[in-house]
Design a protein around this ligand. Structure first.
Ligand code: GSH
Length: 212
């Protein structure tokens, strides 16, 4: 466990920062938060560009280690705080499936949802990271229908935070079709105390964005 280093979380809500915030709440560790007002362009200021040259939220600084990209941050945190049990150990046979579905989210689900939102889910399926929409959806549904109750089985893991967060987002904005398989899984996420804590803490920031 790496507890001796200061952990600073660069966050904006609502944003992909919510995934990392949920992860931090699941871990139950101490951290400092720096809110970055991305809607006012604070992510593009030199202080933050020094952390993430893309100017994107989320990011963490843990001691001297900088991590950006929501899935990479969650993967890093799970391995840095193994006592929380959110990742199989390196030599656990489950590690392969864990990494596979963890990175399925940013590599496959996100491009599919963005293309779907923009009405451009066409093209050469060998070039498109998710193949084609129908094949992608059938694989995603198969992963979620087998979640019993979580994607890695009985134990909740980082995969549920990252891929579960993407599924929840996809349903919230109607990018994924209504389906009881998604709804039942999302209901399980919604009942997690750490998820509720994240939502409660972020609520004032979300409300400010919604009323702007
Ligand atoms: N690939 C990045 C994407 C991060 C991202 O797009 N963040 C958005 C908020 S959800 C952002 O910072 N937008 C502000 C901007 O681009 O100026 C990740 O997964 O963390």
């Amino acid at each position: 466990m790496i507890t001796d280093r200061k952990l600073t979380f660069y966050h904006a809500a609502p944003s992909r920062g919510n995934t990392v915030h949920w992860m931090l709440q699941e871990l139950g560790i101490d951290f400092d938060v720096k809110m970055i007002d991305i809607r006012k362009g604070e992510g593009q200021k030199p202080q933050f560009l020094a952390i993430n040259p893309l100017g994107k939220i989320p990011a963490i600084v843990h001691g001297d280690t900088v991590v950006t990209e929501a899935a990479a941050i969650c993967c890093y945190l799970a391995d840095s705080f193994p006592e929380a049990g959110l990742a199989p150990a390196l030599d656990d046979p489950k590690r392969g499936a864990y990494l596979r579905w963890l990175f399925f989210s940013p590599s496959t689900v996100e491009p599919a949802l963005v293309d779907h939102a923009m009405g451009r889910e066409t093209g050469d399926r060998s070039m498109v990271s998710y193949g084609d929409w129908d094949s992608f959806l059938s694989v995603l549904l198969d992963v979620i229908v087998k979640a019993d109750p979580w994607i890695m089985g009985t134990d909740f893991s980082t995969v549920d935070v990252v891929l579960g967060g993407a599924v929840r987002y996809g349903r919230m904005f109607d990018l994924l079709p209504q389906n009881p398989v998604f709804d039942d899984y999302i209901a399980r996420i919604n009942a997690r105390p750490a998820y509720l804590r994240m939502q409660e803490i972020d609520a004032p920031y979300v409300a400010a964005v919604m009323s702007a």
